[in-house]
Design a protein around this ligand. Structure first.
Ligand SMILES: Nc1ncnc2c1ncn2[C@@H]1O[C@H](COP(=O)(O)OP(=O)(O)OP(=O)(O)O)[C@@H](O)[C@H]1O
Ligand SMILES: [Mg+2]
Length: 503
């Protein structure tokens, strides 16, 4: 690892109106190092990398690459100079093959259609092999999973001679295996002398992967340390400025009557299988399982997105049919989806309108909008969830990713549902906000909500659940008490025998 930085940010500032997103950030990244960037939601991480990729022009400050100051950086120039960013949702052409997509990126535009197929295939194969990705270059990109498309993006960055590869929360929706594969690739990039900037809210990931860690707080870099110098508690303190109790709030109330009951419920036409369980008022029912075990599909059926075509659904002792999300909302079911950008919030609308959107009937019983009521409700959530924004009139699109996630949560909590379905509610959320969300979920449960919590974060499932349903292959493989251990849950998720249960 060389000591001279390959990429240096010098006194970078960037404001959006009154919001000072970056206030003089200094950051040095060396060749052959994995440099983790962390900080609370809204600290300025994504903004900083958008400056490096030329997507945002800084108000002041400069970027140096290998000692040379890059003037007026734009996306095309950044790419040409070897700065690449891997996005969670890659921008590839779905109807073209992997090899064609790579060729499009790497071959000069004019000669694109004339190049020999065999040669193109060979180049793609070599690039994919270099990062250890086993993907057939002949496959149509549309048939690849998102993580596989990410690998194609990485291959394309390497092929284009990237010297700096930036990853902004790349593992947010990866299975454990895909995650391990990505880590292998990050290590391969490091060996090739590439500088990797890695953004994540998962501290264990950062501790496992990074050579150096920089913490951003309020648009400033507050510390830059070698991996060996930090542990999880140090990182949290640097990030939040105080200690955050990693303890889960205890269950305060005895569960009441059965609120939600599924009896062989499923959407056959969407490939679902019958599922039965009950959730009581005041109970948090954790749904564990591997990614792909059918948890999100079940939530979508409960919310009427893929309506059930078999089995029964009961709410508060009444049999109901949920044929659409409107019907679900009318019956007091709320769903905070995993993919918040597509389904969770309306990005163009202000925070306050997102909060009142689904809660119209509760907030405005007389039927007409009251701005003051809407605003005070939104302000309450902004405070409770520590949503980082100048005011509640700000468009949700202008918030950082994690803060958008909190708006999605507020939107559905505001409906005061009887049944709350949460799908990965703390993904992409910083450690401080995560514990606020846990407290809020507990509080709403104590007020009588039945909560179904889907999470791939095992400590979260174990810490929050009164009971745990483990799904596997679209079915409920086991039901465990809240005090179950991690190994019990994992065994059930993997289809191994679990002691002390009738699976
Ligand atoms: N296009 C924009 N318009 C207005 N404000 C913006 C815009 N982009 C970012 N901001 C603001 O800049 C600040 C920094 O946001 P940024 O997205 O960089 O945070 P982040 O550290 O990536 O957070 P997260 O962990 O939630 O992704 C936030 O206050 C955000 O609301
Ligand atoms: Mg971000």
């Amino acid at each position: 690892m060389s000591e001279r930085p390959l990429l240096a940010f010098r006194r970078i500032t960037k404001s959006f109106g009154a919001v000072r997103a970056l206030r003089g950030v200094d950051l040095e990244v060396r060749a052959g190092e994995v440099h983790a960037l962390l900080g609370e939601n809204g600290a300025g991480k994504s903004t900083l990398i958008k400056v490096a990729t030329g997507a945002h022009a800084p108000d002041s400050g400069v970027i140096e690459l290998a000692g040379e100051t890059l003037e007026r950086l734009d996306p095309a120039l950044a790419r040409r100079r070897g700065i690449a960013c891997i996005y969670q949702q890659p921008a590839l052409f779905p109807e073209l093959s992997v090899a064609e997509n790579l060729a499009l990126r790497l071959e000069p535009a004019a000669g694109w259609r004339r190049v020999a197929w065999a040669e193109r295939h060979r180049v793609a194969l070599a690039l994919l092999a270099r990062i250890g990705a086993e993907i057939d270059p002949g496959r149509e990109v549309g048939t690849l999973s998102m993580p596989e498309q990410q690998l194609v993006e990485i291959a394309s960055a390497i092929g284009a001679g990237a010297r700096v590869v930036i990853m902004d929360e790349p593992t947010a929706s990866l299975t454990r295996r895909e995650q391990e594969r990505l880590f292998g690739i990050v290590n391969a990039l490091r060996r090739e002398g590439v500088a990797v900037i890695y953004i994540s809210h998962r501290l264990e990931e950062i501790l496992a992967l990074a050579d150096r860690v920089t913490v951003l707080r309020d648009g400033q870099s507050v510390a830059s340390r070698l991996r060996a110098e930090v542990d999880e508690a140090t990182l949290i303190r640097l990030m939040v400025g105080r200690d955050v109790a990693q303890l889960y709030p205890p269950s305060e109330s005895a569960p009441g009557a059965v609120r939600l009951a599924l009896r062989g419920l499923c959407c056959r036409s969407a490939g679902g299988r019958p599922v039965s369980f009950e959730v009581r008022a005041g109970e948090v029912y954790g749904l564990a399982g591997l990614v792909g075990a059918g948890r999100t599909e079940l939530a979508r059926t409960l919310f009427g997105l893929t309506p059930a075509d078999a089995g029964e659904l009961w709410i508060d002792g009444e049999r109901v049919t949920i044929g659409s999300p409107q019907a679900a909302i009318a019956h007091g079911i709320a769903y905070v989806p995993e993919d918040r950008r597509r389904h969770g919030v309306v990005l163009e609308l202000p925070i306050e309108q997102n909060v009142s959107l689904a809660a119209w009937r509760r907030l405005f019983p007389l039927g007409w909008l009251r701005r003051d009521r809407e605003r005070s409700e939104a302000r309450e959530f902004v405070r409770a969830l520590a949503i980082r924004t100048p005011d509640t009139e700000t468009a949700t699109a202008n918030l950082s990713g994690g803060n958008q996630q909190k708006v999605a949560l507020a939107r559905w909590l505001a409906t005061r549902p009887r049944v709350l379905l949460l799908d990965e509610p703390t993904q992409g959320v910083d450690v401080g906000a995560k514990s606020e969300i846990h407290r809020l979920v507990r509080r709403f449960a104590a007020e009588g909500m039945a909560v179904v919590l889907i999470s791939s974060d095992l400590p979260e499932i174990l810490g929050m659940s009164d009971r745990i349903g483990v799904m596997r292959g679209g079915e409920l493989a086991a039901e465990l008490p809240g005090g179950a251990g991690a190994t019990q849950v994992m065994s059930a998720a993997l289809g191994q025998p679990v002691e002390g249960t009738a699976a």
